[in-house]
Design a protein. Structure first.
Length: 563
């Protein structure tokens, strides 16, 4: 079982809770993660994993399992009525894109949430942490130093009460969870009473698994069937229109008859529903992501309509942002106030994302001859442009004084961006750069590499762009002397045209943790490095924390991070 001496208690073992637990475990922080369900969740549900989320899974060493077990988005196909068998239009909800040097994962993956959670649980178990199922958070109290929570666990059918004392509590217990309510956080919301959907998973025989299948009849009743990643006969069902939702939700036979009436496909054989729900969109967000030593993440903090495919993806981004900060505070390396930047950074993202997903919901549920644009899922939904440029803990010496002064007003533009930034600034997603050749001949690092192979959720990465090894070494020694052991990883990057060549004595680079030649020039190009020597600090969540020119800039940035 999870260690009783855990420093963080996580209530809720969905994707947000599991990613947070895994991030903390990577950092050596003992955790307990509980879930009131007695068995893991079933159902495909939030199946779309966006590119930025794939990057998070890369840094958590989970990506290979996801790519192996998931699938890329299939075509969408709309059928002509009457008949229901002749395709009238076929298109991509997400147009496939060839990977690029700064963005190696440009194509989203379909993987059922139940399947994803099982992968994440396996990775937790490898680190000695097991989700405590059938365990419910009853209440909690906090003071300036600790959180004391009461939990109840089912053991042989009996309730066993336990009092847990931890440094921090994080509620990833969903929209109806206790943590947000007990903190008395405002849950600002909009309920779409006029917008209804039937959602569930159902077995269907006779339908190919290469497409999302869609039918819309003259009464504007619609049915969509999306195949699972297993290429079997399990489909996610989405339906809507002017129908008796309550009746259909409680009568599977009536629901199947209605699906057949809309699709006009009597050749299809419908089996059991794995789950089904009468869904009414609730668009919600808290006013702050935590109080004191207690925080919320994922659905406990915000609820999206399902049409944008952002709920689960935004949830794990919450956890990845919070995780590294919690780890540093738990270790006593960072002040408690660092955790206030979790809400400062994530709340504007969620507020803007809710506006985007709500517009998609309105467009999707409005009858239109152009269903293609309504179902387009590219652009900001890839989350590659999500940034924290306004954050109080990011620092960029390449930005003008005026821009710094206007920072709090989001003068940089959208918190979601539109994709890859033309010029990377502090607060942006850190781009990848392949084709880096190690400057340590004969070592295990003597092979082409990329920045994504270096970034980790356990340390800041200091990218030192210079053609002078001795200057890189001086900066590396400064970091070693001024920062806690293991909290920064120094990487010297010399330009591909450097005169030092492949046989330069590696002794010149001894002080740095890694040294590479940017043979293809991607690192210098993606980070906008010119002739001036520059240091780019990449945070443990693979966000650019600072762009500076010397050790004074380093001191200014890390002064906001460490005690």
């Amino acid at each position: 079982m999870s260690s009783p001496s855990a420093e963080v208690l996580i209530a809720g073992a969905g994707p947000a809770g599991l990613v947070l637990a895994l991030t903390l475990l990577h950092n050596g922080i003992p955790v307990r993660i509980i879930d009131k369900l007695t068995t893991p969740r079933v159902g495909i549900k939030g199946a779309g994993i966006q590119p930025r989320s794939l990057e998070v899974y890369k840094f958590l060493d989970v990506l290979s399992d996801i790519l192996w077990e998931g699938r890329y988005y299939p075509h969408m196909r709309m059928y002509k009525l009457p008949g229901g068998t002749e395709p009238v239009k076929t298109w991509f909800a997400v147009e496939p894109s060839a990977p690029k040097p700064p963005t190696p994962y440009l194509n989203g993956i379909l993987l059922g949430q139940d399947h994803l959670e099982s992968i994440l649980r396996r990775h937790l178990e490898r680190r000695g942490c097991h989700v405590e199922m059938g365990t419910e958070l009853l209440d909690f109290e906090q003071d300036s130093d600790n959180v004391v929570a009461r939990i109840v666990k089912k053991v042989d059918g009996n309730d066993v009460l336990e009092t847990v004392k931890v440094k921090f509590l994080v509620g990833t217990d969903g929209a109806k969870g206790i943590v947000r309510k007990h903190l008395d956080l405002k849950f600002l919301c909009e309920t779409r009473d006029g917008t209804h959907m039937m959602i569930g998973d159902i077995r269907v025989e006779g339908l190919d698994t290469d497409h999302w299948h869609m039918w819309v009849n003259e009464k504007d009743e619609r049915v969509l069937l999306r195949p699972s990643e297993n290429f079997d006969n399990l489909f996610t069902f989405i339906g809507g229109g002017h129908i008796d939702y309550a009746k259909l939700a409680n009568d599977p036979n009536a629901l199947i008859e209605w699906i057949q009436s809309v699709t006009q496909r009597r050749d299809l054989k419908f089996g059991e529903f794995t789950w089904v729900s009468d869904y009414r969109p609730n668009i919600r967000v808290v006013d702050t992501f935590g109080k004191g030593r207690v925080f919320v993440a994922g659905d406990a903090a915000h609820v999206h309509s399902p049409t944008g495919g952002q709920g689960m993806n935004s949830s794990i981004q919450d956890s990845f942002n919070l995780g590294w900060k919690l780890a540093l505070v738990c270790k006593g390396l960072s002040p408690l106030q660092l955790l206030s930047t979790y809400s400062e950074e994530r709340l504007p993202i969620i507020e803007e994302m809710l506006q985007v997903t709500t517009k998609i919901l309105d467009k999707t549920m409005t009858r239109s001859s152009d269903q293609t644009s309504a179902w387009h899922r590219g652009g900001v939904l890839l989350q590659l442009g999500v940034n924290y440029r306004w954050s109080s803990i990011v620092f960029d010496e390449r930005v003008s004084v005026k821009e710094v002064a206007e920072k709090a007003q989001h003068a940089y533009g959208s918190a979601l961006g539109q994709g890859e930034a033309e010029v990377v600034r502090a607060g942006d997603r850190a781009p990848d750069a392949p084709g880096l050749v190690s400057r340590f001949p004969g070592s295990s690092r003597d092979h082409p590499s990329s920045l994504f192979q270096i970034f980790r959720p356990t340390f800041h990465t200091a990218l030192i762009f210079t053609r002078y090894p001795e200057k890189a070494a001086a900066i590396a020694r400064f970091l070693q002397q001024k920062l806690p052991l293991g909290s920064a990883h120094s990487v010297a990057i010399v330009p591909g045209a450097s005169s030092y060549g492949p046989h330069a004595p590696h002794a010149q680079f001894e002080a740095v943790d890694d040294a590479f030649m940017d043979v293809d020039g991607y690192a210098y190009a993606h980070y906008g490095i010119g002739s001036e020597e520059t240091i780019v600090l990449v945070r443990p969540d693979a966000v650019v924390g600072a762009v500076v020119f010397d050790t004074k800039g380093l001191e200014r940035y890390f002064g906001n991070i460490f005690v």
